[in-house]
Design a binder for this molecule. Sequence first.
Ligand SMILES: NC(=O)c1ccc[n+]([C@@H]2O[C@H](COP(=O)([O-])OP(=O)(O)OC[C@H]3O[C@@H](n4cnc5c(N)ncnc54)[C@H](OP(=O)(O)O)[C@@H]3O)[C@@H](O)[C@H]2O)c1
Length: 429
Amino acid sequence: MRTRPLKVALLGCGVVGSEVARIMTTHADDLAARIGAPVELAGVAVRRPDKVREGIPAELITTDATALVKRGDIDVIVEVIGGVEPARTLITTAFEHGASVVSANKALLAQDGANLYAAAQEHGQDLYYEAAVAGAIPLIRPLRESLAGDKINRVMGIVNGTTNFILDKMDTSGAGYSEALDEATALGYAEADPTADVEGFDAAAKAAILAGIAFHTRVRLDDVYREGMTEVTAADFASAKQMGCTIKLLAICERAADGESVTARVHPAMIPLSHPLASVREAYNAVFVEADAAGQLMFYGPGAGGAPTASAVLGDLVAVCRNKLNEANGPGESAYTQLPVSPMGDVVTRYHISLDVADKPGVLAQVATVFAEHGVSIDTVRQQGKDGEASLVVVTHRAPDAALSGTVEALRKLDTVRGVASIMRVEGE
Ligand SMILES: NC(=O)c1ccc[n+]([C@@H]2O[C@H](COP(=O)([O-])OP(=O)(O)OC[C@H]3O[C@@H](n4cnc5c(N)ncnc54)[C@H](OP(=O)(O)O)[C@@H]3O)[C@@H](O)[C@H]2O)c1
């Protein structure tokens, strides 16, 4: 074993960074044996230098992250600051100064992954980011290495623990959205400002990363269709139950049937209770992958938290350190297929539509005509009368999302339709 240590600098020492530092210290001997050289924590950049950081020698702490990445003797930079800047500049500067990078930064990778890969390649360095999607769950490496010989057609996952916790509470306790969000906040599952989670931004960033790797093409955050889950109601869950379904916020990346394009989207959807993703409870994450030869695979586990996320970071750190010792590089960007990303209107899906209608003869026929005019065929219809009004629940067969949303717009204009109570896509069948 080499005795000269590999030097690692930590950018950020918060929820994830402090756990990375702890595991690097407590598992130092095992890490050295697995890598083939000791690993030395050579510097830690933070914003508040006076904060007490257990187990980290004070002389390693600095507020000058730029100077740390420019030192020139650092082998690997672990970026766990988050956000786009200064993380992006620090990472590219690290490559320029001979360091490989391990990052947990989904926001940055979804927005600018291609340029980061290019900078890594230009300077002969590695860029690893297992922790950026679904915390501890090994997913990036299985997709970009283990399944590199297969053809992935679909990746569908629960990739945000906060929203899964809220939806699970609504499902199991009958709570409304606000009540379930309050509980998630009180238990520390939701941040004070939960927008990034509940509006689907976090999941959309992960969908962009997953789609790009799965389909060997470039998918950016802006390419991902996004709907949050704040409008999901207890009534939606009641409807889902009647159909033998539950509701999840899903990130779905698909190759089109003709193989000529891909789509990536995030929205709440009903899924049958028999689907493996339906049983993912509380704040857990899971990703369901469908590939030509492998068939169906499911990856499941904790998608966030300091120690679980640090586990993924440490796995990357070991891989990158081994590459350094072997003077080799891990996989870079694979975007050779250059498949276009189609808009949401082209996605083929099913709708569950709940309408409030007048309870009189001919309404059903009128509604059915609207569906037919848009080329959408109906799977099931359920009607319930109540004091001169009725509710009509229609579940469609698969059709392009543009045709389905056009149908809903036309239904809204019918005199006999008092309102569209809910629209939910149905997936996983
Ligand atoms: N938390 C999770 O469960 C989780 C899961 C998966 C991925 N991630 C990703 O991991 C990354 C870190 O998340 P986190 O939860 O650990 O964040 P965090 O707790 O807010 O920690 C951020 C750290 O970065 C430091 N920092 C902020 N701005 C800085 C700057 N300009 N220069 C130097 N240091 C700076 C902060 O310093 P101070 O300590 O002085 O404030 C803090 O130590 C993010 O990309 C996040 O998306 C997190």
